[in-house]
Design a protein around this ligand. Structure first.
Ligand SMILES: [Zn+2]
Length: 138
């Protein structure tokens, strides 16, 4: 679990630093065929959507070449554009990874101190490998 978190965090950081994807722009409605085709060629993603206001259209997801610090909502021509900073995705991933590492370190320290890894019960008399007499954990 913690290694998955580390992997995703490193990957997201690499994308953030090394690529044009320093942020994500969502375009609404952007339902012009020419715009969609040229956008795909520029590395954009287009997600079809159905809305009540418009019969059908596409949400255009395009990279932001500059680092976005916060959400932004503005109009560009006929489009409504939402900027989403990628670090907002990275932050919870980093926090979860740090939490997983902390829990793991705590459990290892308890085992070294002769305590139960899950509840911390001091069990010097319990043979190694036996279940904890306090919580039943290993
Ligand atoms: Zn226990």
């Amino acid at each position: 679990m913690k290694w998955v978190g580390v992997g995703f965090s490193v990957l997201l950081s690499a994308v953030l630093i090394g690529s044009r994807w320093k942020g994500v722009e969502l375009w609404f409605p952007g339902n012009h065929v020419v715009g969609v085709v040229s956008g795909v060629l520029r590395g954009e993603m287009h997600v079809p959507f159905q809305s009540t206001a418009h019969a059908a259209g596409v949400v255009t997801i395009s990279p932001s070449p500059w680092l976005l610090w916060w959400f932004r909502l503005y109009r560009r021509g006929a489009h409504a554009v939402i900027d989403i900073p990628l670090w907002v995705l990275l932050l919870p991933m980093l926090l979860a990874t740090i939490a997983a590492w902390r829990l793991d370190t705590l459990a290892r320290r308890r085992i070294l101190a002769g305590e139960c890894a899950s509840c911390g019960y001091d069990r010097p008399a319990t043979p190694a490998g036996a279940n904890c007499p306090e919580c039943g954990g290993k």
